[in-house]
Structures are given as C-alpha cells and as structure tokens.
Design a protein around this ligand. Structure first.
Ligand code: C2O
Ligand code: CU
Length: 454
C-alpha cells in the first residue's frame, strides 16, 4: 500500500496506521487505535520528536490509515506550506500516499503534533504525539534547575465496556453544542493511573501536554511544591502554583521537587468536572535520595526571537463567538447563505465566529506582513473555548478588562463563558493561517476560520 521508501537516513518515515494500545487498566482488552510510528510499532501518544531550537525536522509522512489525513505541528512558527492544515495549506494525504514535511523549529519549548483532517475523530483515535524543542542554552543540571525531565501527555478517551473506542458518535451534535465529545478514561502517556518514578528530593521538569479533543483539564500536584516555568513553550518567571488549567492543546512546564520525608507517593490529580479531584498518575519514590535543590527555581533561558507587538497603532480585529446549547444562534451564515438555527443544525453547524459558521471561503481578516494585530475575542456562549492561532504566538493583554500583568505568550488560550480577552501579535509569518477552537467538536461544528498575512 505505502509507496516505496528509499534508504535516505536524513529523511526518516513517520507513519500513521491502525495499531492497538493498552489504554484501560490491565485486565481489560487492548484498545484498537490509530497511531503514529517511526521505526518502532505505533504507539499512543506518538513517538517523541526531540530536537534543538534551530534544527530541522524532516519526515516522509506515510498514510496507512483508511482515511485521508495530514500532520500539523502545533505551536511551531513554521513555513506555511509545512503547517499541515488541510485543506488550507496542503491537500490531504490520501490512504497509501505520502507527504514530505521539512521545516525548522525556531523556538525552544514544549509542543506537539497531531492530525489536522477530521481531527475530532483522528485525534480521538490517537493521532497525537509530543514535539520537544530543547533549550539553546543548557538549563537542565544547572544550579537551581531540574536534573531530569519527564514528558506527560494527558489524553481523554471515550471507551466502551470492552475498552474499544465508542464508534459512530463522531457527528454527535448534542456533544458538539455543549462542552464537546468528552471521554470517560484519562490516560497519562497512554496508560491508566501509571506510577512515575522519582528519587526522593529530586527536582524534575514536567512537560505537560493536553492532547484531548475537548476536555479542559484542571490538574494539581499536591505536596510537590510545583512551580510553573513555561506556558505553551514560553518561559514565564517561575511562580508557585496549586492548580493548573490546561485547555485542549495547551502545554505547561512545571518544576516539582520529590518530597524527602513522609509520603512515598504523590498524586497527579485531575478534576473531571465535578470539583472532586481524582488521581490520574502517581509519583513513587525509587532510588537513592538526592540533596534538595533549595527553594528557588532557575528560570528558563529567555528567548527573544518573537517580536514585541506594536500597540500604538495596531490593526484591530474582533472575534465574537456565538452558538451552542442554551444560547443557540437564531441565524448565521454558512456556505455564503444566511440560515436559521434548524438549517444550520441540519448542516452540522452549531457555532459561529462573527456570525459565520465554518468560514473557509475567504479569510476572517488580512494583514500586512510585519503589522501588529490586536484581536479582541468575546465569548457570548455558555461554554468555554480554547482559541488557537496557527503560525504565530500571541501575547495575552487583558482578560475581562483586567490587564494581564504576567504578559503570558501563548498559541492557545481558554476563554470562559461571557469572557473577553484581548491578544496581540506581530503578523510576521506570511501565509494563510487557521484560527479555530481547539475543542475539536467545536471546530468541526463551526468555530473555524483563517487569516492571511501577506
Ligand atoms: Cu493543534 Cu489547528 O491545531
Ligand atoms: Cu470551543
């Protein structure tokens, strides 16, 4: 089925194919999934891709799935043609065919890659993996830094009693008009409730990635004196955190200290939505104690390849989010025509950006290369959304009118019901870039558009 692949070692294969994975606890059957693989068998999450900032990622991507697909490199400020945002930046890769991805990853940080065709189904079937861009300057092992890092990929699966994925609900409008297609089994690195080894006193950097299609994950690490050091790959001044909310596609780097006395076990907790914390993984002491690293955490090396937004005279754009259950839209434009609520729903549309559902025929806005865009995003619906911009990182300026003094830079931001967030970014990456809700059921049912930088 796959085309012949020649022995060019500089162009390794990344394959997507059906596989199976032990997602449910032992004793349950393995789950049929779709998985990425390089030289080994397919796994969920997909194989870790790791490189240093400024290095090149090259893969001959081979599609061995029964559906067309494409690979998106989430958060990478990439050349447009390599963005994988089918059908906007490339045609889909049909079953049995391949596509060569070749790009430079400019910025250090914690990123991921995932399917960008029928993503609400393909990501839910397992097509997601970590993409780690290491710091240009050494940080691990330096004074006050961590001695080791651990990548934690959090996912959410909708499994039946046989641990198989619940099929046939990919177009469920009820879920799409609420919080999205929620799973019933959360995994960490593809396992249910794994034990993660930590040496007593050891300082570890966690790179936490939420690859769930729709679940917003509030998490907590009680007793581990957690300090946040990066969001969506961007260093932040280390700050202590008790809990952390990761929307779909968001990442956080957190430094923890393995406690020396008392507890031998610490829990990674998740709030599945009812304000009751449940354990999804545990840190368990193993090995010799290490000397505690002292209270202060060394900040990550700053990187400044991002231009600061020019806020005196930016191009102002607005994004109003409407729709969903309880406050459904009376009408919106879809495929160039105004439709009422019923007709929209019969077309699978329950959400709109600026009164237009799934706006793919023309850009939401155009901007000149190098111009600062100030985007005011207002959520008029009853549900939170995780808005993601391709090809750019943005600064979060205000939340509900309050200045965000932390100056967080992100590629995906969660906007609560009735919340307004202002962001700004320098449109310094030419091309056509998707802008969508990363709750993939919402993306599919209307929260999708794009902008053009030329
Ligand atoms: Cu990670 Cu268009 O998405
Ligand atoms: Cu949404």
């Amino acid at each position: 089925m796959a085309p012949p692949v020649f022995g060019d070692q500089s162009f390794p294969v990344l394959r997507a194919s059906p596989a199976s994975a032990q997602l449910a606890p032992l004793g349950y059957p393995a789950t049929p999934v779709w998985a990425y693989s390089t030289d080994k068998a397919g796994t969920v999450p997909g194989p870790e891709i790791r490189l240093t900032a400024g290095e090149r990622v090259r893969y001959r991507f081979v599609n061995d799935l029964p559906q067309p697909t494409a690979v998106h490199w989430h958060g990478i400020r990439i050349e447009n043609a390599m963005d994988g945002a089918a059908p906007l930046t490339q045609a889909v890769v049909p079953p049995g065919e391949s596509f060569d991805y070749d790009f430079v990853a400019p910025d250090p940080g914690t990123y991921w890659y995932h399917s960008h065709n029928r993503s609400w189904e393909q990501v839910a079937r397992g097509l997601a993996g970590p993409l780690i861009v290491e710091d240009r300057e050494p940080w691990l092992g330096e004074d006050g830094a961590a001695t080791r890092e651990m990548v934690l990929v959090l996912d959410d699966w909708l499994l039946n009693a046989d641990a198989a994925l619940v099929e046939g609900r990919w177009d469920d409008l009820h879920a799409a008009s609420h919080g999205g297609r929620m799973g019933n089994s959360v995994t960490v690195n593809g396992s249910a409730y794994p034990d993660l080894d930590i040496r007593p006193g050891e300082r570890v950097r966690l790179r936490i990635i939420n690859v769930a299609t729709d679940r917003i994950m509030p998490i907590a690490l009680p007793g581990m004196s957690s300090r946040l050091i990066a969001l969506d790959g961007h260093p932040v001044a280390p700050r202590e955190i008790e809990t952390l909310v990761l929307g779909p596609a968001q990442r956080a780097d957190v430094v923890i200290d393995g406690q020396l006395d008392g507890e031998k076990r610490a829990s990674l907790l998740l709030d599945p939505g009812n304000r009751e914390w449940v354990e999804i993984a545990a840190f368990v002491h193993s090995g010799e104690p290490m000397t505690a690293s002292g209270p202060d955490v060394r900040p990550l090396p700053a990187w400044n390849s991002l231009k600061a937004p020019e806020l005196l005279d930016p191009q102002r754009e607005t994004l109003v989010m409407d729709g969903g259950a309880m406050r459904g839209m009376s009408e919106a434009v879809f495929k160039g025509r105004t439709m009422d609520f019923r007709e929209l729903a019969s077309n699978g549309m329950v959400w709109a950006f600026n009164g237009v559902a799934h706006k793919m025929d023309s850009p939401m806005f155009r901007t000149d290369l190098g111009r600062t865009v100030h985007l005011e995003m207002s959520n008029h619906s009853m549900f939170p959304h995780a808005i993601h911009l391709h090809g750019h990182h943005f600064e979060v300026l205000t939340r509900s009118g309050t200045l965000n003094r932390r100056g967080d830079v992100r590629d995906t931001v969660v906007i609560g019901a009735d919340e307004t967030i202002e962001i700004a970014f320098v449109a310094d990456n030419p091309g056509v870039w998707m802008l969508h809700c990363h709750m993939l059921s919402h993306q599919k049912s209307g929260m999708m558009g794009w902008f053009e930088v030329a």
